[in-house]
Design a protein around this ligand. Structure first.
Ligand SMILES: *[C@@H]1O[C@H](CO)[C@@H](O)[C@H](O)[C@H]1NC(C)=O
Ligand SMILES: [Ca+2]
Length: 256
């Protein structure tokens, strides 16, 4: 993973243009909204956004041991912070998404479950909202000053078909240092099977920093701002013991 250094350098150049997350115009801009609440979570197809028919959506939720969320379950989850800017199928062929924070680009400025109603055409393609209160804990939102993060079940082998996100948000002005303690994911040249990705960002859209697999311990990484996202994905065959890493928040001595 020597390309990491190059990616990193390039990214640092790009990042100079971007303000770190924090207060801007008196508004706290680094909020992270829940992606899983009260047993409800959002899924998109492995092929990407808006690829699931109603039948596919049911199959995805069932595959993970749950079922499509009802509107009542989605509303309950929204009340405690589930915020997803993607429309998905829920129970009985309804489509919508939960919005906590009003914004012009998502939910037409409204808050609550944005409801597209019962779809007549069940071949339309959307994401899905599943309900599974027994879902394995995987990922999370961390605001502590430091913590050890482990792949699910570590040191036992992780399961197939998992996607976990860890969002780290520390105090404004702080940075985050990641140190890998142990690393063992299915090895393949492009890391297309199982991988851990690091994003120097609050989500996995911007700030891609590196993708890792195999047994080589990735180098330590330091964020440029006070947020970071880790994404772990496993495919449907071959597992390994996974990873263990530590993050630590610190105040940089030099702000330049
Ligand atoms: C239903 O939606 C699918 C996907 O958008 C589309 O290809 C199909 O033509 C639609 N069927 C009808 C009857 O509108
Ligand atoms: Ca695998």
């Amino acid at each position: 993973m020597r390309t990491l250094l190059v990616t990193c350098a390039l990214f640092l150049l790009l990042l100079e243009e971007i303000r770190p997350w924090g207060f801007k115009d008196g508004v706290l801009r680094n909020s992270i909204w829940l992606e899983q609440a009260a047993g409800v979570y959002h899924r998109e197809s492995r092929k990407g956004r808006y690829q699931l028919t109603f039948k596919d959506a049911k199959a995805v939720c069932k595959f993970e041991g749950g079922k499509l969320a009802t509107i009542a379950q989605l509303e309950a989850a929204q009340k405690i912070g589930l915020h997803v800017c993607s429309a998905g199928w829920f129970d009985k062929g309804r489509v919508g998404y939960p919005i906590v924070k009003p914004g012009p680009h998502c939910g037409y400025g409204k808050v609550g479950v944005i409801d597209y109603g019962f779809r007549l055409n069940k071949s339309e393609r959307w994401d899905t909202y599943c309900y599974n209160p027994a879902a394995k804990e995987c990922g999370g939102i961390f605001t502590d000053q430091g913590r050890v993060i482990r792949s699910p079940g570590f040191p036992e082998p992780y399961e197939h078909e998992q996607i976990c996100y860890w969002h780290i948000r520390v105090r404004y002005g702080q940075r985050i240092r990641l140190s890998f303690l142990s690393f063992d994911l299915e090895e393949d040249p492009g890391c297309l099977a199982d991988y851990l990705e690091i994003y120097d960002s609050y989500d996995d859209i911007g700030g891609f920093t590196g993708r890792f697999c195999g047994t080589e311990l990735p180098e330590d990484f330091t964020s440029t701002g006070n947020v970071m996202t880790l994404k772990f994905l496993s495919d449907s065959s071959v597992t390994a013991s996974g990873f263990r890493l530590q993050y630590t928040a610190f105040y940089p001595l030099d702000y330049s």
